[in-house]
Write a protein that binds this ligand. Sequence first.
Ligand SMILES: C[C@H](N)C(=O)N[C@@H](CCCCN)C(=O)O
Length: 448
Amino acid sequence: MFFGYMFVDVMSPLQSLVNTKLGWSPEAFGYYAGAEYMLNVFGFLILAGIILDKMGVRFTGTLSASVMFIGACIKLYAISSLFAGSAFDQWLSSWWVEMPGSAKLAAFGFTIFGCGCEMAGITVSKAIAKWFEGKEMALAMGVEMAIARLGVFAVLSLSPRLADWMGKNDPSVVPPVAFCTVLLLIGLICYVVFTFMDTNLDKQLGASANGEGEEEFKLSDVGGLFKSRLFWIIALLCVLYYSAIFPFQRFGTNMLQCNLHISETQAADLLRWFPIGALCLTPPLGYFLDRVGRGATMLMIGSLLLICCHLIFALALPAFPSQGLALATIIVLGISFSLVPAALWPSVPKVMDSRYLGSAYSLIFWVQNIGLFGIPIIFGAMLEASNQGVTDPTQYDYTNPMLLFAGLGIVALFFAIWLKVLDTRNGYGLDKPNIKSDNDAVRLDGEA
Ligand SMILES: C[C@H](N)C(=O)N[C@@H](CCCCN)C(=O)O
């Protein structure tokens, strides 16, 4: 997940460079950013849930790491000089001309990568929920997410510097993407080694080699989940919250650059404190949740902080372009980004029967991916519409698109409050600690 999250954001701090070097407009960048989730939205994630439940963690993990690597190679080729000017490039550039050939092929590679990355995400979630059931599950998920955030921090720090590899006068998008592609190959090799070690351990313990696929995915479970009000509240809170977080991560560098009139590297250096805040706080919050609880309350506070931060970025930062204000807001956003993920993901096994868990995670990811696919496109289009005639990518006005993020946060807060009310009324146990011997939480199959 560390290398995967690095690859996801490798181009995020390079938006103005891809604009000048590859000719991608903000709209094209938005299409590219949303492409990560495209095939997932059109059903791949549901298939991934079935594969996970049928084939188990070892097989699905190896498959997802391989798919991520293949997607990364396609994207690397798309932005390289091997592709630029080729007959394939000319053909790809000849239709839907707003989207250059390199952007189309990179978006395709990112789509393939996204299938692997999201499949890896549900594999990890299910494995942790199973391994840590009734134990320090929230802490384990918090540590896993912290490692992923460290990847984002690392890539926001490294990417602009690697882009200047050949000298500041000739920056290029290729070195950072190539570097992260090699890391994905190393990740794949590590996972293959893990599967051999895990199989050997099973043999030593005398466990059945196929013991991991015992929780069968049933299509009827999907129907049951879709009819559940609780599922929809969690899924909609998830999609609204994350749609104001991950797309922000992608556009944030340029937003800071435009508002603060600083270089791309300086802006990325500021933005990298966002994942760092989340990195430091998510594990302790998971520890707190395991022992004390308050998950539903954390979801509300996290959503409220999200709204405040995006309103500051939209309205206050353009009026008071201060790096101190930007940094403080980024840190508070990092706190929000710890509270919600730390509480959201461990809440799912609390309210959904373990028989549904693989499918529940894949369906929540699926709903979430619809937002993660659509919002960057809408955001990019709003940015373009708000900046008609602006040719310098460091001079964009980000007010309207940032208000979109604040709006998403307001609706997310509404769902967080609703969840808290239902939890208080029906006793789902969302505000209760994870570690306890006889969990009296009401699960979906017991939902009225
Ligand atoms: C984007 C991805 N679908 C996602 O939701 N990522 C979450 C972590 C999900 C839990 C993984 N074990 C995130 O907060 O990064």
